[in-house]
Design a protein around this ligand. Structure first.
Ligand SMILES: [Zn+2]
Length: 405
């Protein structure tokens, strides 16, 4: 029993002799048992409180009410940070967020049950991720995140709190289309996403076959470099960095990384946290891998899990941006899309299951809108270039449309 009990917050000195020592030990025992009852009740009550919060500028600050069946003698329930206020004196408490003094960034706090001596008996951490538009929009930054083989219906069915947050301030379509000039496989899909033109122009029509590529149709990475920018590209599918993003671009222009999704995303997040570059790209492979092994279907739990793993990696990537020391004065855009859908355990056909995709361009300066018709992953290149202030030359023949300004 004794060993399992938490130590009392501050053990009173135990007298050294006689009956009074025994009485003190007994008193301490009671206090300790009370503390464990307090800890158990408070821990159970706080465990159900959801305080992982994501907010855009102007969104109403949430109030979270929760039951508080903890004896008043246990201590006071308080917040460790001014932006999170805890109110209420009876069986119900309210955690109220106040963002008025907060800047763009990650804000952490805790709700704590503090005993009369100030010791913390139980706590619940709270995290608020907040984006506000910068005061001026001259410091533009972009992160492009591609999910390989992610059907829009499955993306909408999966539990994706980070993407849901981005979609609250986005120009978007969940009825977009892939390139329409070649089979719906990764190389033509990502080539069209990166170049803004379809395979009739860039001439990459199947995976691994780049011999016919028309290099005049440069990727948005190359065009950004042409305009004096540098880029960081991380991928879980090697052809993105060994074939699609021009290898003629040296390491001083484009830093490249290859690894499994979570490793690659962590690497890019770390680079984005301190990077001076304005353009970051992450390709994630999990949906395609799950689709090929168990089925591209919203009825397939493995496929849904793979999309949810992308959302966790998306959270890591966004946290990298939010942790930047300069993030509050930067104008960030997050562009997300996919290269193709799928059906059964394959993709490639030219039908709706394979060609219907999604496109999201999100950021604190974006006016939310649904793209009525005609959205494509080819919109990625002009959207990125437009955001970075790279003038789009009509001679490039871009078939996509800039969706965010
Ligand atoms: Zn693919």
């Amino acid at each position: 029993m004794w060993a399992c009990r938490p130590a009392p917050p501050s053990a009173p000195d135990v007298a050294s002799s006689g009956d009074s020592a025994a009485a003190d030990v007994q008193a301490m025992d009671v206090a300790a048992m009370d503390a464990s009852a307090c800890i158990a009740a408070a821990t159970a009550a706080l465990s159900s409180v959801e305080l992982e919060l994501r907010l855009w500028d102007g969104e109403p600050a949430p109030r979270v009410e929760f039951a508080w069946p903890v004896a008043p003698e246990c201590g006071a329930l308080v917040s460790s940070a001014p932006w999170l206020e805890v109110t209420g004196t009876n069986a119900t408490r309210t955690a109220q967020v106040d963002t008025s003094a907060l800047r763009t960034g990650i804000h952490r706090a805790a709700i704590e049950l503090r005993a009369s001596d100030g010791s913390v008996l139980a706590s619940k951490s709270a995290t608020l991720r907040l984006f506000r538009p910068p005061a001026t929009r001259d410091d533009r930054r972009v992160m492009v995140i591609g999910y390989d083989g992610a059907r829009p219906d499955a993306v909408e069915a999966a539990r994706t709190p980070v993407l849901d947050f981005l979609r609250r301030r986005a120009v978007q379509s969940f009825d977009a289309r892939t390139q329409l000039a070649a089979q719906t496989v990764s190389a033509p899909g990502w080539m069209s996403t990166f170049t803004g033109v379809d395979p009739s122009r860039h001439r990459v029509v199947s995976n691994g076959e780049y011999a016919m590529r028309d290099s005049a149709h440069r990727t948005f990475v190359a065009r950004a470099v042409d305009a004096g920018h540098r880029a960081v590209v991380s991928t879980a599918w090697e052809e993105v960095t060994t074939q699609i993003v021009e290898t003629s671009l040296g390491a001083t222009s484009v830093e490249r990384n290859f690894g499994f999704d979570s490793f690659a995303a962590r690497w890019l997040a770390q680079r984005a946290r301190t990077g001076v570059e304005r353009l970051y790209v992450q390709h994630l492979n999990a949906p395609d891998a799950a689709g090929h092994s168990t089925g591209f279907s919203l009825d397939n739990p493995r496929y849904i899990e793979a999309i949810e793993s992308c959302d966790q990696n998306l959270g890591v990537l966004i946290d990298g941006v939010l942790a930047r020391a300069t993030v509050a004065r930067e104008d960030w855009l997050f562009v997300l899309t996919t290269d193709h859908g799928g059906r059964g355990t394959t993709h490639g056909p030219l039908d709706d299951d394979n060609r219907r995709i999604w496109f999201v361009a999100s950021g604190p300066s974006i006016t939310p809108a649904t793209i009525a018709a005609g959205a494509s992953h080819m919109d990625t290149a002009p959207t990125v270039l437009d955001w970075l202030g790279v003038a789009i030359d009509s001679s490039w023949g871009l078939q996509g449309v800039s969706r965010a300004r």
